[in-house]
Write a protein of this length. Structure first.
Length: 364
């Protein structure tokens, strides 16, 4: 009578094994179907989508409450660009905050919110926007956008070029024109942004524009500022050519450059650091655009500021925002490593705050 009992136990054990295998197959199928929901309509799927994106992009995602409303998860499918853009801009702001905390870079990343800084910030009260001007980074176009928003002209095409930078006629008040309490209120409540580009490429652009091409209405760069730099920084006194890029670099990299800056006045805005212009560690900016990705950043900024239905950023000519590594290397090829290192030492804060890499020719 023992044999039937043993066989009975064996059959029970075999049945139990089959049951476990069956349940495992059902569970696997359920998991596969759950993760295969590419449309992502289920609200429960959102954390999975965000976690996967965060892992791939390797960025820290701040609390959802800080996201612009239109970019908060809705349970619908995310387009690649819709996910990537907010994350890119959050990553930039997080990098900025971290570098601002770096005590080793404090002298290069912090500045007082002085009248000089407040003079750089233009105000659009109607739409609660502040724009900090960083010359040689496509700022003319952003000023046109604000001029239209302020109501001075009905469209960008109608704005005469000679009006854009005439601050008595373009309808763009500076933040410095308000009282201290009004300044504080706007800094706390308004949407704030500015644009950056590779610091060395920006310096090349400033040199070419102001000292090589030199617009007719800006003669002082060639006839007053250039001779002052040449007298102080040109090594070969018998050289009679106009200001050379080497002279310009030597002036900018001199730790004692400020005595000339005072003489040059506000004309230095075309080559001083982003830190000196916009005080990014003292003012909490909403967005920092990059010239190299302006095709994506400009629409994002307009949307984040809530004005994309009112105005468009002017068409960007193909290739104009692309970083030109060859051009940068060519300009610095004849300059001593000592002078380049001194220049980098001054602009290191700009490189670190905004995620630009130290140039290869400086490392070699």
């Amino acid at each position: 009578w023992l044999m039937p009992d043993n066989m009975h136990h064996q059959w029970l054990l075999l049945a139990a094994c089959f049951w476990v295998i069956f349940m495992f197959m059902v569970a696997s199928k359920f998991i596969t179907l759950t993760f295969k929901d590419t449309d992502g309509y289920s609200a429960k799927q959102e954390p999975l989508i965000l976690t996967a994106v965060t892992k791939v992009e390797e960025v820290h995602v701040p609390e959802i409450k800080h996201w612009p409303e239109e970019f908060q998860p809705t349970g619908k499918a995310f387009s690649g660009n819709l996910i990537r853009q907010p994350l890119v801009h959050m990553e930039r702001l997080e990098l900025l905050r971290n570098v601002c905390k770096d005590t080793a870079l404090r002298d290069l990343s912090h500045t007082a919110v002085s009248k000089f800084v407040l003079d750089r910030i233009f105000v659009c009260d109607k739409h609660k926007i502040l724009f900090c001007q960083t010359p040689k980074v496509g700022n003319t176009q952003w000023k046109k956008v604000l001029i239209v928003l302020n109501g001075a002209f009905s469209s960008i095409e109608e704005i005469p070029e000679n009006i854009v930078h005439d601050h008595e006629k373009n309808g763009l008040p500076r933040l410095s024109s308000f009282s201290d309490s009004e300044i504080k209120k706007r800094l706390n409540l308004y949407f704030k942004f500015f644009i950056v580009r590779d610091p060395f490429e920006r310096l090349i652009s400033a040199f070419k524009d102001k000292f090589v091409h030199n617009p007719r209405f800006e003669p002082w760069y060639r006839h007053e500022i250039a001779p002052g730099i040449i007298r102080k920084y040109r090594k070969n006194r018998t050289e009679t050519k106009g200001l050379q890029f080497e002279d310009f670099v030597r002036y900018l990299g001199d730790p004692n450059h400020r005595w000339l800056d005072v003489q040059f006045g506000d004309h230095i805005i075309h080559w001083v650091t982003y830190v000196e212009l916009c005080a990014p560690c003292e003012i909490t900016y909403s967005v920092i655009g990059h010239h190299e990705t302006l095709e994506d950043d400009a629409p994002y900024i307009l949307k984040a500021a809530g004005i994309d239905h009112l105005v468009s950023y002017p068409t960007i000519p193909p290739g104009i925002t692309v970083y030109n590594k060859t051009k940068v290397e060519r300009y610095f090829s004849g300059i001593s490593k000592r002078d380049i290192r001194r220049l980098y030492a001054r602009f290191e804060g700009d490189f670190k705050l905004f995620g630009y890499q130290e140039p290869d020719f400086l490392l070699n």
